[in-house]
Design a protein around this ligand. Structure first.
Ligand SMILES: *Cc1c(COP(=O)(O)O)cnc(C)c1O
Length: 389
């Protein structure tokens, strides 16, 4: 069996977790959290990195920092995870969905400007598969219309746009350390603050609305309740799991990129035969091999191929049912302009096994099965699919 994902284990996690147990300090903002934050601030060259319980919570913090009020509008792609939307919905925002580019599955930056109204507060680009959105254009629009840009960089740690790391370009950036991501601690996240005016308030919101962070740094002698907030601190135990992974970020990234390229090269023939399309990496983007996906002709081929692969021990996954078509999306948002690519492209995508340490042999097995499928094996599986309808 070739699994779809294997959560990363470097082998060094136990050592660091034991260190936390020996320190006897398990709550948030201890020495391991500090080491992780410093790693982000030094490696990514970003203003301030606050570890959070999840990327979902980092996004929620961003929404609180913006002081969103009922009816404010947020521009997001419909092809994303629910958290991108929920974080703003919790504060009463209206979701304005914009179509994606079919080659990268990222928000179409050319369609953003016409979705902006006097109620628009923020643009939330999602760097799908760790491949950067067109940030120059997005930042220019934000500047022109006085909007805040919050990068959903859940997929994007170690990826770049031009010479900048993802998560460090917008006013705020959000990372995920869920076990499905390139670097993880089970559940976890980070809020990257690139616009200094947000730093002090972010620390307060993350500490239940108190200035306890200042107190812990010895800057004040007691802490008080100053703002709304919640408990968004990552536990030291989780930080201890994450830290050794960050230390090996480069070799882990290289390993994933090697797997990604192996898939890509092996599929070129099928692409030239028009059986499938492959991801496109724009010239300004340096990605991190978070996802390898192929896109096939339609949903029938997709379901047939996925069932065939599963039957042969290869686990695959789809991605994102468009948010604007869900009950929640219909109730709290709307699609601006025409849905030309979001729904149709989301029905074609198949994510293939991808994780650190994926064997070349397993990649070739997967590719061989897919080639067999398109060489004739597929017919019976698609027939079965049609019977299910
Ligand atoms: C995983 C993911 C999130 C949420 O991350 P959590 O850390 O699980 O909260 C948000 N946005 C995108 C695009 C994701 O893939």
């Amino acid at each position: 069996m070739i699994p779809f994902n294997k959560p990363l284990i470097t082998g060094n996690e136990e050592l660091y977790i034991r260190r936390v147990i020996e320190n006897g300090k398990m709550a948030g903002d201890g020495p391991l959290t500090e080491q992780c934050s410093s790693w982000f601030e030094d490696t990514l060259a970003c203003g301030r990195a606050l570890l959070t319980t999840s990327c979902t919570h980092a996004l929620e913090m961003a929404a609180i920092l913006l002081d969103i009020v009922e009816g404010d509008e947020i521009i997001i792609p419909s092809f994303t995870f629910v958290s991108t939307a929920n974080a703003f919905l919790l504060r009463g925002a209206k979701l304005v969905f914009v179509d994606i580019q079919p080659d990268t599955m990222n928000i179409n930056e050319m369609l953003i400007e016409r979705a902006i109204t006097h109620k628009t507060r923020a643009i939330v680009p999602v760097h799908y598969a760790g491949v950067s959105c067109e940030m120059d254009m997005i930042m220019r629009l934000a500047h022109r219309y006085n909007l805040v840009v919050i990068e959903d960089a859940a997929h994007g740690l170690m990826s770049k746009y031009q010479d900048k790391y993802l998560g460090t370009i917008g006013h705020l950036g959000c990372f995920s350390f869920h076990e499905s991501k390139n670097y993880h601690c089970g559940e976890g996240g980070a809020l990257i603050i690139n616009d200094k005016r947000f730093i002090e308030r972010a620390e307060i919101i993350r500490e239940k609305g108190t200035n306890r962070t200042k107190y812990l740094h010895g800057l004040i002698d007691k802490y008080t309740w100053l703002d709304i907030g919640s408990s968004y601190l990552l536990s030291e135990l989780n930080a201890a799991y994450l830290y050794p992974q960050l230390l090996l970020a480069e070799p882990i990234n290289t390993d994933r990129l090697t797997s990604w390229q192996t898939y890509y090269d092996a599929f070129e023939e099928l692409m030239l035969d028009d059986k499938l399309t492959l991801p496109v990496i724009p010239k300004d983007a340096k990605h991190n091999g978070h996802i390898f996906y192929i896109k096939v002709k339609n949903q029938t081929v997709r379901n047939g191929l996925m069932t065939y692969l599963k039957h042969n021990g290869v686990m695959t996954a789809v991605h994102y049912a468009p948010l604007h078509s869900s009950d929640m999306g219909k109730r709290y948002g709307f699609f601006h302009g025409e849905d030309i690519h979001t729904t149709s492209e989301s029905e074609k995508i198949i994510r293939l096994p991808m994780y650190f340490g994926l064997q070349q042999e397993d990649i070739h097995t997967t590719v061989r099965l897919i080639k067999q499928y398109f060489a004739g094996e597929g017919a019976q599986w698609e027939e079965r699919e049609s019977c299910k309808r």
